[in-house]
Write a protein that binds this ligand. Structure first.
Ligand code: ADP
Ligand code: ADP
Length: 232
């Protein structure tokens, strides 16, 4: 379970404070898919980055499976982060490395030894049906293929949590459906708690269990999608 308790993130630019995330609390059940939706600038990306402390909250606490990440030192935090995979709107692959090498690099950072890295990278690429592109460089891949390589990279370290920052905003509608299907299958098969940030309601409707709406940094509404669909 991910527990976000009273998290605020304040950016200070040229002496002026700007509150991007404003006292947000949210409990995300283990194994669920949580959607976070809102307009551009609402603070979605910042809140997502607060979960793995890519952006350290100014105040409040974030814990994953009972470990308070905000209380960890640098070394412990680095280790805890291997439990949290992340994918991005623009894929963030290294262009001078093949698909396989991109995945292997994340395993290297996680301290996995070389032979094991090869095996696990192949396995992760196979999960998203892209093993045949293992030796391709990102420039030779379509947007959907790049996002699948990025998903493989995130999965290879066997995380408990997958954070998705606008994962379908840079791909066409058909590819969107395919990327969402992979995320949803991985959630169902591997039980990875998933958080997906998007400005598109159809994206959360397609896969989320619960939805939280952010407005100007504040969590203004949350609902259970299954409940919404229930008749009567
Ligand atoms: P969203 O993901 O909902 O589009 P963001 O979390 O990216 O929103 O940004 C929320 C607000 O915080 C925006 O106004 C953005 O400009 C601002 N912001 C984000 N990151 C920083 C930063 N590193 N420094 C200053 N302002 C930032
Ligand atoms: P994306 O749309 O791919 O999520 P953004 O443009 O929102 O990317 O943000 C890219 C980077 O710029 C992030 O690291 C974010 O924290 C930073 N950033 C966003 N808005 C601002 C801002 N107003 N001032 C400084 N940094 C910002």
């Amino acid at each position: 379970m991910i527990s976000i308790r009273d998290v605020s993130t304040v950016f200070t630019t040229a002496g002026t404070d700007f509150t991007a995330v404003d006292h947000v609390s949210l409990e995300i059940p283990r194994g669920s898919i949580q959607g976070i939706i809102g307009f551009s600038g609402a603070g979605k990306s910042t809140l997502l980055r607060n979960i793995n402390l890519l952006e350290r909250p100014t105040s409040g606490r974030v814990s994953v499976d009972g470990t308070d990440l905000t209380a960890l030192g640098d070394e412990e935090l680095r280790r805890a982060r291997h439990q949290i995979g992340m994918i991005f709107q623009h894929f963030n692959l290294l262009n001078n490395r093949t698909a396989q090498q991109n995945v292997e690099l994340s395993l290297k950072f996680a301290g996995v030894e070389k032979k094991e890295r090869r095996r696990r990278a192949k396995e992760a690429l196979a999960i998203v049906d892209i093993a045949d592109k293992a030796d391709s460089y990102p420039a030779r891949l379509s947007g959907g293929q790049k996002q699948r390589v990025a998903i493989a990279r995130a999965l290879a370290t066997e995380p408990k949590v997958l954070l998705c920052d606008e994962p379908t905003s840079a791909v066409d509608p058909r590819t969107t459906a395919s990327v969402l299907q992979y995320i949803s299958d991985i959630n169902a098969q591997l039980g990875i708690t998933t958080v997906i940030v998007t400005h598109e309601m159809n994206v959360v409707k397609a896969i989320a269990d619960n939805v939280a709406i952010l407005e100007e940094g504040r969590l203004v509404e949350r609902f259970d999608l299954a409940e919404l669909d229930r008749p009567g």
